[in-house]
Design a protein around this ligand. Structure first.
Ligand code: AHR
Ligand code: AHR
Length: 489
């Protein structure tokens, strides 16, 4: 049995709904043939696949990052505006193939509006110039009668888009990136860009390009850019055929967050900042099977447990993690898979769905007592991260949130055990009111309507509570959301 003790007054921080964000890149079938397919009977007049839109809307995405990823480092946004017939086709240096530019800034903004998600643009700091970046900000956000604002208006978009989030490049440290730089070069270049972007849009929220969160690149970039940015970005991909490696490696994010938070605090102190920048995990996911081509990863239920654990971590560390973007959303390493005539979900869709639908305003501490598991001794991930120095971990990983009024509680539980586990949630203050709703997802191993995609089962039940206690039976290898009313908390 695992006992989860919650003191509703022991608040960890405000949960920013931006941790339930996504990322879509011009890569494989993510945009074209994924969320956008002109001429498909499943698409609306704008070319948006309505079946994909419906599945994304269920996820209540708060923010969407675009257009890359590696793709952005050779993306010239001006190719993607104006009449579609006159937009140029360009080589895509990141993933090979060509970019038709039929989905550009206007289409992306329209897509975000349809989803109710904030747009987060990543700037091309590879082959792109500062002049181009400034023109992009002007095109999107300027309300004056300037050249690029007028170009936006000519396209039928009178009101500025008000794009709040701008990323200063993507993975600039990596040789796979068009125009990779050293940390020193990046700090110098990003300093010029940040200052100039704030001159055209003082309200722009800027994101420095970080790495894993514990590297020398992160240290140098944080020290160099902390006074100029709102968020520092981290990326983490994990995964392994080995079950325990797969489900435990997301805990590497906890090392990244605590290390980065320490560096951000140090920089804020040294530079006399009022507030340190916070963290955005603007790419995270399980990804280890399909590393080239269209990255059409087929997920199994163990991957869903890893995704649930990542999100639990972001909730627990919400004082530092202010945004996170699942990489990616459609077809390419994604919870949603399309064919010309349908869209289905992979197992990883469900923990995101339940997290995003269930979690509330304030994260609260969960004291977990129960069986633990050590980090895998033989490390089998295809990624170069170690977790063998971390742990032990609770077999049941948990995160909890409350609404502002302390009338409702949501708890997400990842049971990594290969056995069922009884979970007892106990309040230190107040009591439960009425029954609890328990939504639990498990793997079936059954094939779905699309080749290679596995189905998962989502069970929706009610369990009774008794005073300050509710007992939930967690199936082996399961992800569960418990929601209940509170009184006197
Ligand atoms: O999400 C796939 C790729 O992973 C992104 O393009 C890149 O930023 C990262 O390496
Ligand atoms: O107990 C399950 C796994 O077995 C642990 O993760 C690992 O330490 C051992 O190999």
């Amino acid at each position: 049995m695992t006992t989860l003790t919650i003191d509703p007054r022991r608040v960890l921080g405000d949960l920013d709904r931006r941790v339930f964000g996504g990322f879509v890149e011009h890569l494989g079938r993510c945009i074209y043939g994924g969320l956008y397919e002109e001429g498909s009977p499943l698409s609306d007049g704008r070319g948006f696949r309505t079946d994909v839109l419906d599945l994304l809307k269920e996820l209540r995405l708060s923010v969407l990052r675009w257009p890359g990823g590696n793709f952005v480092s050779n993306y010239h946004w001006q190719d993607g505006i104006g009449p579609k017939g006159s937009r140029p086709i360009r080589p895509d240096l990141a993933w090979g193939g060509t970019e038709p530019n039929r989905f550009g800034s206007d289409e992306f903004i329209e897509y975000c509006a349809e989803l109710g998600a904030e747009p987060y643009f990543c700037l091309n700091m590879g082959s792109g110039s500062l002049e181009e970046a400034l023109a992009w900000v002007e095109y999107c956000n300027d309300n004056r009668g300037t050249y690029w604002a007028d170009r936006r208006r000519q396209g039928g978009h009178g009101a500025p888009y008000g794009v709040p989030w701008w990323g200063l490049g993507n993975e600039i440290y990596g040789p796979w990136q068009v125009g990779a730089l050293s940390a020193e070069e990046y700090v110098a270049e990003a300093t010029r860009w940040a200052r100039a972007i704030r001159m055209i849009d003082p309200g722009a929220k800027l994101v420095s390009c970080g790495e894993l969160g514990w590297t020398d690149w992160d240290a140098k970039v944080i020290d160099g850019l902390a006074s100029l940015v709102d968020l520092h970005s981290l990326h983490l991909y994990t995964g392994s055929e080995d079950y325990w490696t797969n489900v435990l490696t997301p805990h590497a994010a906890e090392r990244a967050i605590t290390t980065t938070a320490a560096m951000l605090q140090r920089a804020a102190y040294n530079h006399g900042l009022e507030q340190p920048p916070r963290i955005v995990y603007d790419e995270w996911n399980v990804w280890f099977r399909n590393m080239t081509g269209a990255l059409e990863e087929r997920y199994v239920f163990a991957d869903a447990l890893a995704v649930g654990t990542y999100l639990n971590i972001f909730v627990r560390h919400c004082a530092w993690v202010k945004m996170a973007n699942l990489a990616q959303m459609v077809n390419a390493i994604a919870p949603i898979v399309t064919t010309p005539d349908k869209a289905v979900v992979q197992p990883t869709y469900y923990p995101f769905l339940l997290h995003s639908q269930g979690h509330l305003d304030l994260a609260v501490d969960v004291f977990v007592e129960g069986p633990t598991v050590g980090a895998p001794g033989e490390y089998l991930s295809r990624w170069p991260y170690r977790v063998d120095d971390l742990g032990p971990f609770n077999l049941v990983d948990a995160a909890a949130t409350l609404d502002q009024a302390r009338r409702r509680l949501a708890v997400t539980l990842v049971n990594r055990s290969e056995e069922p586990e009884r979970a007892e949630v106990v309040l230190r203050r107040g009591s439960f009111a009425g029954t609890a709703r328990v939504r639990c997802v498990t793997g079936t191993g059954r094939p779905s309507a699309v080749d290679g995609v596995e189905e998962a089962d989502l069970d929706d039940a009610t369990v009774s509570t008794r005073d300050a206690q509710v007992v939930v039976e967690l199936p082996a290898r399961s992800f569960t959301l418990v929601e209940a009313g509170l009184q006197g908390a």
